[in-house]
Design a protein around this ligand. Structure first.
Ligand code: F6P
Length: 736
């Protein structure tokens, strides 16, 4: 049924009922008016002749009476008359008085009393009235029965009916036209609003309360759903992909590859898992989703382990997705990775007191490598509107470059490190191009709201773009990029923790390996050797602990697993030396190996062994987007033992409030926290660890990926709808 008719039908029905009721009311009222009119006419007609009639009747003069009655019928609306005796016999009548009606009709009613009595009865198109007649002495003689012509009433009735029908028709037509007009206008308006809603344009003020209500309802529903939500697992993430993305492949761009093929000294090839928060988080997601991970092939045996396109199926032995390796020349790697990404953007984004260096030549390499990755994305996609995940600060330009080639792609860019405030970001000579590059994304994600805010401020300050604070989005060059916080996490249950030996066994092995007493107290730190991690501050805090709390000397040892990182950069080499010297100095000062520095790459099973063995884990980053080591420590402790000390400058500190949160620069506070951790009762440890484990298990990496992919799918759905509307192919339009 057409939409207009659907809306008009109830109105028409209402109109019809209204017309019918009005017609009945009007017609019954007018009929009673006509009858009253007739009755009065009858009375009038008789009033003048009543005396003569009574006299002729009293005399028994039928002929005179008939003549008098004929006089009365000279009124064109009185058809016939008769003088009816009380017993129903006809005493006199006009010539055309119909025998079929007869006097009995008029006398069947009681005529008692001297009062004139009028009896009315409508019969077809005639109306009967009876008026009593009495002799001058007051003896009832009978009634004069009159037959009135009512056909004119019927005619007027018919006319009224016609008029009512005509009126109804006119009103119905009017209502139809009006409804259709309103429906069309509303539909047009609705489409305009819908389109602007889809495009993310600002709404007309009168829509705001409605939108507000809808949003609140959606938030409420989402909150309710969340509380009833089942846990996020790889299966659930797969389900999300299946439900929202028809199970399509995810194309991901990330500099670091999840599996590195390295040639070992014996000529064999071994597979390494890089020390990288990004890999920790994204590898399980890719295993769950399948697809392609486009990365820099950095391993010495990567080429020989891949096909001629640089593709290799991973994880080794349980192949479920593809790594597509991009080969970079030494100059490209130097300029793009070490130069612009890690000597420019990395110190720019971290408040860790390292001066960023921006060299034009490095930026040129950065631009070219971004271009190459964007081209590879286009080789890997199999549809015009794919979902593409771009990871981290190595690829700020890639979203725009991909958008130029695939205008209908849904590009989700996640920035794994902090975003600085606008003033700091402003020192980058390429700031506008970097922002424009990122705004090629459909969604730009950060770990925390604070980084989203800094990004919006930077856009506001350096670009000709509109920051929509209501929707938290940037509208730039006719495109909209949403800006969202998605706090990253780890897989849960954690496969490394699940496959690790029991904590007691880990502890015994680690203590033995390190040459420590069985009752030694052990602290652990696990990081890439990076100046943002606050490793020096961490060691200084241990020094303070031993100074201020001598009872821990020779009992407490802190083992630092430090994976060498970016050693081609001088600042990292300096850090390496500084940490080594600091550890030696502290150890000398206290006369024992209080700091055990292990500067080498450790594979995850080894890392988890240490995490399970330790009494405490200290994450002392000076500035960190999230920090997943903190979450890995929690995952490792299924024995609900161990204490997490966490820098307040990590994204993780916003979530993990049951950790001992410290300012790593404040050595007194940090050493107090170390002492508190070492003396904490097992009960308190268990209570805190239980709460932390409950939180990380819920807010795991499948949820992180699931939320991002759901948002991406929703956005793509809107884009598809908007695309159809713009091409005039909207199926909805047909309904109207
Ligand atoms: O935090 C940014 C990041 O890319 C992380 O994802 C990862 O932990 C680290 O840097 C790895 O650095 P790289 O790939 O340079 O070794």
């Amino acid at each position: 049924m057409p939409t207009t008719l659907r809306y008009a039908l109830p109105i028409l029905l209402g109109l019809a009922i209204l017309c019918a009721v009005s017609y009945l009311l009007v017609s019954s009222t007018s009929r009673s008016w006509f009858e009253e009119d007739v009755r009065l006419r009858a009375e009038l007609a008789l009033r003048g002749a009543r005396g003569a009639i009574a006299e002729a009747w009293g005399r028994g003069d039928r002929a005179a009476l008939a003549a008098l009655l004929t006089d009365i019928t000279s009124d064109e609306r009185i058809l016939a008359a008769a003088a009816c005796a009380p017993d129903g016999t006809t005493f006199a009548r006009t010539a055309d008085f119909p025998g079929a009606i007869g006097c009995r009709r008029f006398t069947s009613k009681s005529l008692g009393g001297s009062q004139p009595h009028i009896w009315n009865h409508a019969e077809g198109s005639v109306f009967l009235s009876a008026l009593p007649v009495a002799s001058p002495s007051g003896v009832a003689l009978g009634v004069v029965g009159l037959i009135h012509d009512m056909s004119y009433v019927d005619q007027r009735d018919a006319l009224t009916r016609k008029a009512a029908l005509g009126l109804f028709g006119a009103m119905a037509l009017g209502a139809l036209l009006l409804t259709s007009g309103i429906a069309r206008a509303s539909w047009r308006r609705f489409r305009v609003e819908l389109r602007s809603l889809i495009k993310g344009e600002p709404q007309r003020p009168e829509f705001h309360p409605l939108l507000q209500d809808v949003r609140e309802l959606a938030l409420q529903l989402a909150a309710e759903t969340r509380t009833n939500e089942r846990a996020w697992t790889p299966q659930r993430l797969r389900q999300v992909l299946h439900d929202h993305l028809q199970g399509e492949r995810v194309i991901m761009v990330a500099n670091r590859e999840p599996y590195i093929h390295e040639r070992d000294p014996n000529g064999g090839v071994r597979v390494l898992h890089p020390a990288s928060g990004l890999v920790t988080a994204l590898e399980p997601v890719m295993r769950a989703c399948s697809g392609v991970w486009i990365a820099h092939g950095s391993g010495s045996a990567d080429r020989e382990s891949s096909d001629r396109h640089g593709r290799v199926r991973v994880p080794p032995g349980e192949e479920s997705y593809t790594v597509r390796r991009i080969w970079l020349s030494r100059e490209e790697e130097q300029g793009y990775y070490y130069g612009f990404a890690n000597e420019g953007l990395w110190p720019l984004c971290h408040i860790a007191h390292a001066r960023p260096s921006f060299r034009e030549a490095d930026y040129e390499h950065y631009r070219r490598v971004n271009q190459r990755f964007a081209e590879t994305v286009c080789e890997e996609v199999d549809r015009e509107d794919p979902i593409i995940l771009v990871q981290d600060y190595h690829f700020a330009l890639a979203p725009r470059l991909i958008r130029e080639r695939l205008p209908r792609a849904t590009i989700l860019t996640f920035w794994h490190i902090p975003w600085p405030n606008a003033e700091r970001f402003g020192i980058c000579p390429f700031r506008e191009e970097l922002l424009e590059g990122l705004l090629g994304s459909s969604i730009v994600g950060f770990h925390v709201q604070g980084h989203c805010n800094n990004f919006l401020e930077s856009v506001d300050r350096y670009l000709e773009a509109r920051v929509d604070r209501e929707r938290i989005a940037v509208v730039h060059g006719g495109e909209t990029a949403l800006v969202r916080p998605y706090p990253i996490s780890i897989e849960w249950p954690n496969s490394w923790a699940q496959h690790a030996p029991p904590p007691a066994q880990c502890r015994a092995q680690v203590l033995e390996e390190l040459g420590l007493d069985k009752d030694a107290l052990l602290g652990v730190g696990v990081d890439r050797l990076d100046y943002t991690k606050g490793i020096e501050e961490r060691l200084l805090a241990v020094e303070q602990l031993l100074l201020r709390f001598p009872q821990f000397r020779r009992r407490f040892a802190f083992v630092q697993l430090a994976a060498p990182s970016r050693t081609a950069i001088e600042r990292y080499r300096e850090l390496n030396d500084a940490v080594e010297q600091l550890a030696s100095r502290i150890n000398e000062r206290f006369g024992y190996r209080a700091i055990i520095l292990q500067r080498q790459h450790h594979e995850p099973p080894r890392v988890f062994q240490y995490l399970r063995a330790a009494d405490l884990c200290y994450v002392s980053s000076l500035h960190d987007g999230m920090n997943l080591v903190a979450k890995e420590f929690i995952a490792a402790r299924d024995d609900e033992r161990g204490v997490l000390l966490l820098s307040q400058f990590t994204g993780a500190a916003r979530e993990l409030s049951e950790a001992l949160i410290v300012n790593p620069y404040d050595l007194r506070e940090a050493s107090d926290a170390l002492a508190a951790a070492l003396t904490m009762s097992t009960r308190e440890q268990a209570e805190r660890m239980r709460a932390l484990r409950a939180l990380v298990s819920e807010l795991n990496v499948y949820r992180w990926a699931g939320r991002m992919l759901t948002d991406a799918a929703r956005l793509r759905q809107r884009d598809r709808l908007s695309h159809r509307l713009e091409n005039g192919l909207s199926t909805i339009e047909g309904v109207a």
